[in-house]
Write a protein that binds this ligand. Sequence first.
Ligand code: ATP
Ligand code: MG
Length: 367
Amino acid sequence: MPTGTLTPPAVITTERRAYTVEDAIGTGGFADLYRVSFRDSQGVPCFAVLKVLQSKHASDSHLRDLFFNEIESIRRTQGTYVVRYLDRGTLPRERGGLPFFVMEHMAGGTLYDLVSQEGLLDELRAVHFGRSIAAALKNAHRMHTVYDPDLQDTDGGSTQDLAVIIHRDVTPTNILLDQTREHAKLSDFGSAIQARDGSAALNDRIRTPEFASPEQRDGSSKITTASDIYQLGGVIYWALTRVEPVQLLTKPLGEREWSHSRALKDLLSSMLALNPGERPSAEAVESKLEEIALFAKGSNVPVAIPPLLGPSFSMPRFRLALAVWFIVIAIATYPIVSVLSPLAIQAIESLTELVQNRVPSVSKPQN
Ligand SMILES: Nc1ncnc2c1ncn2[C@@H]1O[C@H](COP(=O)(O)OP(=O)(O)OP(=O)(O)O)[C@@H](O)[C@H]1O
Ligand SMILES: [Mg+2]
């Protein structure tokens, strides 16, 4: 839990709005996280998460730079499958003058929480989440204008240099879920690095060793975007089996029991290749997972996302209900119909007879 830089109901303001601290939600490598509330432009109350550099690191310029780098990385990778960045600011001097940023609140917890609480994911759900994170990585791995904290004071970091962003910490605790737990987004760019020539030297500690790529473990080598692909492969495999990717180094995927589709096994094997050069790109992973999801939907894989199948179930159900109603009404009205129908027939017969007897008397010629 956070060390107490902020206590509810502290109010933190930025140029845009005021945030009220509701509660502490966690503490990470060098930042504390709080759930905060605010009113949007229409006055609707909303929740968000405020991540602030820990006070003990206030004077550590390296960590301050890392924190600014995190803010820039999350801003530059914004897209449907990255946790939404909302705002940033600096706490007032009496609260330590610490930098912070604000992001959307993901109420469904982490992928780690989901698997811990609900058990292993079925193939469709694992593929669905994996596809979202591959899409987020696709965003990070494309070329961005470089953010350089050394240049920030002089020209705001603007430069024409381009770099890719390598997340470097794709793990189940950094994948967050929305309230319905149907949609996943990538978060925590605290380890992200900009790589100008597409690769970066590994110059600091690995945050989550169990999910590290082989080249991250081998501290001497450079890492590329392929490291994130290995980590994502490891996360998907973990969600299906609870086996951490570090365990695959001693017994690879090919030698382990597999109860899911062949297509997914082949994809995960390529993502988890020891040689980074053999791994597919985030874009290729995204489209392959999309294909696998389509196939999985048409098969007997348990339905993981009910709304997708909602409409196709509603019509047959409606017709069945209509048929049942007809039968019920027919049974209920049978006694009445069976008593009344002979009487009705009798009445019709008497009426016909009456009419027939009268007609000749009217039409007979009078002599
Ligand atoms: N936007 C959010 N909405 C809801 N919960 C969040 C959000 N961001 C972070 N959290 C929670 O706080 C935890 C830590 O956040 P984050 O991963 O960003 O920080 P960290 O410094 O990297 O921590 P760690 O070292 O544990 O990964 C997450 O695992 C998650 O449980
Ligand atoms: Mg984290």
